[in-house]
Design a protein. Structure first.
Length: 324
């Protein structure tokens, strides 16, 4: 018998205000056509003044708890993936914990930027596997709009705000690929690629927050290579191929990357969950937002086999194989 992290709840939250490409192009030298063709984005949601990452995380976390049918007091651990914390400290996870009414549980942030949700899922899964937690709330929440240079058209059109969450709970399985839950996680980082994608500030360097800087083409090329490698690593762990997977739920950075991955991994584009058109790139929030959308659309069903994958600043990247 093996302890598995079964997914018992899923939820998400988007700020009310949606900003279209057309609206952005009124004050910026860009166009709806360029943004759609190069990235697949049609609109993004932007947090309201006074609406913080913790508020988004609380809403998504509560939705996931409601979906699971459990109360916050049953949560042993909250792991939040974010690169846009409310404050330098305390962790935004601790603010979310207070907001949800889960006092006494462990709570901390994980910083792996756009790969953050995969990292947080791996942390949560490993806490469950070694019996240090039974019920874990894993959240990805971001207010990327707060760290964008709104005059830099090469970055500001790409990102959005939002949050998504999963509730994981320990369950006993046979340790086989047919078990429901998180079957494996695979994490990597190459810190030498720092300059491809970073924020030019922080508490220890400038004392300021900074804004996103990206060499988009470089990141694009590395993403296709690294994501293919890690997906193949994940498949080979279980003797799977792309054809065995029901859905790929990728980090939503670029529609062309997602389509390229589907081709390389030998499964049809129709098996890719795509939300970048509606949400843009919400960094650590994009995978749980896509999972929740996929469920609400009736696409992702209990028992389906999913490949989750993401790459972000660091560079960090990772994948997970999940039986929903
Ligand atoms: O989430 C973390 C991981 N991130 C990613 O995986 C992102 C990976 N990169 C990408 O998604 C793509 O590289 C971008 C969408 C960022 C850019 O697409 P691209 O096809 O690589 O375009 P580019 O950066 O090579 O720029 C092409 C042209 C340039 O003009 P010139 O030099 O050819 O005259 C840019 O100045 O497009 C110009 N450009 C724009 N034009 C209109 C750049 N941004 C814009 C814009 N509107 N917003």
């Amino acid at each position: 018998m093996t302890i598995r992290s079964q997914i018992i709840g899923c939820g998400s939250y988007l700020p009310a205000r949606a900003v279209t490409n057309e609206e952005l192009s009124r004050n910026l030298d860009t166009s709806d056509q360029w943004i759609r063709e190069r990235s697949g984005i049609e609109k993004r949601h932007i947090a309201a003044e006074g609406e913080f990452t913790s508020h988004l995380g609380i809403a998504a976390g509560q939705a996931a708890l409601d979906d699971a049918g459990i109360g916050a007091s049953e949560v042993d651990l909250i792991v939040l993936a974010t690169s846009t914390p409310d404050e330098t400290f305390p962790s935004t996870a601790s603010c979310i914990q207070a907001g949800l009414g889960a006092a006494g549980s462990a709570a901390f942030d994980v910083q792996a930027v756009c790969a953050g949700f995969i990292y947080a899922l791996a942390v949560a899964d490993n806490f469950i596997r070694c019996s240090q937690a039974c019920t874990v709330l894993v959240i990805g929440a971001e207010t990327l709009s707060r760290i964008l240079d709104w005059n830099d058209r090469s970055t500001c059109v790409l990102f959005g705000d939002g949050a998504g969450a999963l509730v994981l709970q320990a369950s006993k399985g046979l340790g086989e690929v047919n078990d429901r839950g998180v079957l494996s996680t695979h994490l990597h980082c190459d810190g030498r690629d720092h300059d491809c994608l970073y924020v030019d500030g922080g508490p220890s360097s400038t004392g300021m927050v900074g804004v996103v800087k990206m060499q988009g083409k470089e990141v694009f090329k590395k993403a296709v290579v690294r994501l293919t490698e890690v997906a193949e690593e994940a498949f080979s762990t279980h003797g799977l191929s792309g054809r065995d997977v029901d859905w790929m739920v990728p980090h939503q950075a670029n529609l062309r990357i997602m389509k390229g991955m589907a081709k390389k991994l030998d499964f049809g584009e129709e098996k890719v969950i795509v939300t970048i058109d509606q949400h843009a790139n919400t960094s650590a929030a994009s995978i749980p937002l896509a999972l929740d959308w996929g469920c609400s659309e009736g696409k992702i069903q209990p028992g389906h086999l999913l490949l989750l994958e993401a790459l972000g600043s660091g560079l960090t990247w990772g994948a997970a194989i999940v039986r929903w």
